[in-house]
Design a protein around this ligand. Sequence first.
Ligand SMILES: [Zn+2]
Length: 238
Amino acid sequence: MMGRTHALSGALAWLAAVPVLAQDRLLHDYAVHLSAEQVLAGSVVCAGAAILPDIDHHNGRIANTFGPITHHMCKWIGKLSGGHRHATHSILFAGAMGWAMDALATHYVYAWWACLFMIVGLGLRGVGLDFEGREPQSALADCALAAIAVWLMHKIDMSFVGFAVTLGCLAHVAGDCLTPRGCPVFWPLPWRIDVPLIPRTDGKVERWVVAPLLSVGIAIMAVRSVLGDVTTRWLTKG
Ligand SMILES: [Zn+2]
């Protein structure tokens, strides 16, 4: 699947998870009620994380972000992880990425902000910040907007980032499982899971069915989340 479709699937996964996380009856003391700002920040983080598993692709979204540096990095990660769509396309990788973000937040807070900046940049680029064919302009605009977004995020409680990163990676793996090549979801176990509903990357099904459906889903869930937050604030004020 294309980077943009993955990013959209990450944003939708987050917006679908938010109402579930808020279920007091289901989760009791573990229920989490997020503000509209947190929901929005989480959408961008989850969208960016939904591109992360393709860090094993020498010519993917991540590889082309900062020229030769990211190109070589992705090439080596691809080699070390067993090639494209191997270790990084698994539940283990998704969990490890979320855990790593939480560990950085606790022990290396500046590294955490740097990783957050990268993930937010990927998310913004993924969901549409792209001037077709104008690479330097796209990269510059992305860096500037990601810096502003991360600066705004420092004012809110971002303790959900680890969860959002894991969820985004899982959304990516689920999306790739819908293509003929599938993913080794339970890596290091060798089985690949594939339910090939999307016959070709960037084909008609992905462009004209999957991406529009994801966009409509995001719009509906975003309005629902924001309206829910505004109503709650209004009721608690009254
Ligand atoms: Zn992938």
